[in-house]
Structures are given as structure tokens and as C-alpha cells.
Ligand binder design. Structure first.
Ligand code: NAG
Length: 396
């Protein structure tokens, strides 16, 4: 799908012409992450009263904060049925040693109100007007389509991860789907802002969410931040994946304290950062190997001095976690390698939304936690039951 040859040739050319090292003259990363021992499935991240999929998480100080996609209420037998809510959120606790707290029944318990979508649908004037927000699923009156405001990544914390008030952001594409088919490629994306008061006395209280700008990334442009994001050294790195052929990935950066200010954004195009936003078709903006193509997580990992992406391959529906690394956020990224294979479910879409949880790790530990949505069929009935296995990987 991508030609890595193009990159190295361009790097060589640039080096020859300018006579100095260009960014691309950095060789592709050959670092090999090595797993120590056998990865352990620690339990299921769950609110047993709910059936929810596609969860990601980020540390909000003394608890881990999770956002998920479609959520249904289970009946007394655990059978999913109740109406669909397009996104919900919850907290899970940590143990005294800073690791996720696992109950005796192997549950990492999620707590949070779930009757309304966590990320608001809107009917304000915008390019994606009237997001069929008369119901919690975003179902439209045509009876077949819906606005699925699904987070692809957990919130990106820009302030207060360890103390003080928390500020975080999420970019969500204003996508309308029929079945699982997008009705329009490269829809606009909204910037959602999350604020959290850690001193709120109500343990069940969820953070507040507001829409900063419904059309923050206009329709037809890269939706920077929605495919993945991370903050390192005060800079937010925001990845976009377009719907066009080859599903190209592009990168923008902005000071983490200026996420709402479009004028401070810079874009990686060719061999350098520029303040001019490239079009989706600009091949110079396309990153090579910055992920394996499916859903995943970017983060900076200090002990390796590297940027890391862990997630699913582009056309996969199995729990195969791929990993790629780079010494710079724009790459060159290594060839994605298979890291770990989890157990697939027995439903039509057995496994998706593969995620890493870099902030679920106590700072001192040489490890990473992974989750995915495992989808099983309820016995004898056409119902999908989602679960979220939590896996711990220790590094050599
Ligand atoms: C699918 O997996 C679930 C959960 O393990 C199990 O209860 C169910 O019987 C399985 N269904 C089929 C058709 O194998």
C-alpha cells in the first residue's frame, strides 16, 4: 500500500542536494521490542449491567478514565437488549501500588452514568447539521442511517493528569453510517473538550464535555487527532487517517496548551513542518508505517526513547496486536510487527478496537496494558455480547 522506497530515495536526494542530514536520512527504526515471559489476561474491564464496546482509557490522577462506543443495558440474565447509547464513559480504580484494581471475580469495575451519550450530538448549524439527536443512538428518521459519534481514541490530557483540574480533548468525526458503511468519506470532525474536577465529592460524577467547534476539521480534510494523539514535552501530536484509497495517515502538531487554536497548528509535509495544511491527496503528507492501518494507540515511551504505536491491522477483525516504533513522531516508523495475539470472539466481527493503555502503567514499571473488544454470540440468539479483556505485557 505504501512504497518505503520513495521515502529512502527522497532522504538520500535531500541529503545529497543540501549536503546535510534531512529528517528522512534518519534510518527506519530497527528497534525490536521483546516481551518478557507470557502476557497475562488479568480480567475483564466491565460494568456488568452494560454491554459496551470499543473502550479506550487514560489516567485522570487517582482513577483511570474510560470512553466507549455503543452501550446497551443488560437484563437480569446479562442479555443485552436496552436501547443503544452512542458513547459512554466510566472510571476504574487503581490498587495501592498503582496497578489496575482487579476484583476477585476478575473484573476491573467500571463506574459511571450511561443513560445519555457522553459525547454530545448536536443540531446546531454546521456542515453535519441535525445529527439525528432525538435519541441516544443518533438514529435518523429514514430508519436506516445514524450519526455514529464514536471516539476512535480516549481523551488526550493536556493538563492535570497527575494533579489539579483535568483538561482533555477528543476529536470525533461527524460520521453518518448505514450498517457499517460510511455515507460520506472524510466527514468533518468536532473538537470536544473534557474538564474534570478531581475534588467533586460525588464518586459517580463524570467529567463535563462541551463541543469547542463542531467543524474543527472541515469536511474533506484530514481530521487531525481523531485517528490517534499523544503529548510529549508539551507538544500534542495529532494523527489523521483519511478514507481515500490506501487510507493515508498524516500528522499535525500544536503546543498542548493551544489545542483549540487552529493558527498554532503545524503539519508534516515532505521533510518538514509547515503552517499550511496539506490536502488529503498530497502524497508528501502521507506517513509510512505509522501504524498498521487499524485502530490503535500512539504514545511516547521514555525507557525506549521512542514513539510507539500498538493496534490492529487495517483489514483485520482478529485480536492480533501489531507494534511499530520511531524516534520521531513523523517517523520513519519501523515495519509493523505482530506483538501479541488475543483470543477472538465467536461473533461475525470477533475482535476490534485494539488499544494500548500507556497511562494505566505505574510510572516505574516496564510494561504496557492492552485491551480489545471481544465479541461473542449470545447462545442461540442473534445477539452480540461485548467484553473487554485487559492484558498485561511486560518488556525485557
Ligand atoms: C460463543 O462464545 C460464548 C462465550 O464464550 C459462548 O457462551 C457461546 O456458547 C459461544 N457460541 C457459539 C455458537 O460457539
Amino acid at each position: 500500500m505504501f512504497n518505503s522506497q520513495t521515502i529512502s530515495t527522497r532522504g538520500l536526494l535531500a541529503a545529497a542536494i543540501i549536503g546535510s542530514a534531512s529528517a528522512y536520512s534518519i534510518p527506519r527504526d530497527t528497534f525490536t521490542p521483546t516481551i518478557k515471559g507470557t502476557p497475562q489476561v488479568l480480567g475483564l474491564v466491565s460494568d456488568p449491567s452494560l454491554n459496551r464496546d470499543s473502550c479506550g482509557s487514560v489516567r485522570f490522577q487517582t482513577r483511570d478514565f474510560w470512553t466507549c462506543r455503543d452501550t446497551q443495558v443488560n437484563d437480569a440474565q446479562g442479555r443485552p437488549g436496552g436501547g443503544t447509547v452512542s458513547s459512554t464513559a466510566a472510571f476504574t480504580p487503581f490498587s495501592f501500588d498503582g496497578t489496575p484494581y482487579i476484583e476477585e471475580t476478575n473484573i476491573i469495575r467500571m463506574t459511571g452514568e450511561s443513560s445519555e451519550p457522553f459525547y454530545h450530538m448536536t443540531n446546531e448549524q454546521c456542515s453535519a447539521c441535525n445529527q439525528c439527536n432525538g435519541n441516544t443512538a443518533g438514529a435518523c428518521t429514514d430508519g436506516k442511517s445514524r450519526y455514529a459519534l464514536w471516539p476512535d481514541s480516549p481523551p488526550m490530557v493536556t493538563e492535570g493528569q497527575f494533579e489539579g483540574q483535568v483538561t482533555a480533548y477528543t476529536w470525533i468525526r461527524n460520521q453518518r453510517i448505514e450498517g457499517l458503511t460510511l455515507l460520506q468519506n472524510n466527514p468533518s470532525a468536532a473538537l470536544h473538550k473534557i474538564t474534570y474536577d478531581p475534588f467533586n465529592p460525588d464518586p459517580k460524577a463524570l467529567p463535563s464535555v462541551s463541543v469547542v467547534n463542531q467543524d474543527f476539521c472541515p469536511e474533506g480534510s484530514f481530521a487531525y487527532g481523531s485517528y490517534g494523539n499523544m503529548v510529549n514535552n508539551g507538544v500534542a501530536y495529532l494523527y489523521a487517517k483519511a478514507d481515500d484509497n490506501g487510507k493515508p495517515i498524516a500528522l499535525a502538531k500544536v503546543p498542548a496548551d493551544s489545542v483549540e487554536d487552529k493558527s498554532k497548528y503545524q503539519y508534516w509535509v515532505g521533510d518538514s513542518w509547515t503552517s499550511e495544511q496539506p490536502s488529503i491527496s498530497d502524497k508528501n503528507a502521507h506517513l509510512v508505517n505509522a501504524g498498521a492501518g487499524g485502530q490503535g494507540t500512539y504514545y511516547y515511551y521514555e525507557p525506549w526513547g521512542r514513539y510507539v504505536w500498538i493496534g490492529q491491522a487495517g483489514i483485520s477483525i482478529s485480536a492480533e496486536f501489531f507494534i511499530t516504533t520511531a524516534t520521531e513522531p513523523q517517523g520513519p516508523w519501523s515495519e509493523p510487527k505482530l506483538l501479541y495475539k488475543g483470543v477472538d470472539g465467536n461473533a461475525t466481527l470477533p475482535a476490534y478496537s485494539l488499544q494500548a493503555h500507556p497511562t494505566l502503567r505505574p510510572g516505574s514499571r516496564n510494561e504496557v496494558y492492552l485491551t480489545y473488544s471481544k465479541v461473542d454470540r449470545w447462545d442461540g440468539v442473534e445477539l452480540d455480547v461485548y467484553s473487554t479483556p485487559l492484558i498485561r505485557i511486560e518488556w525485557e
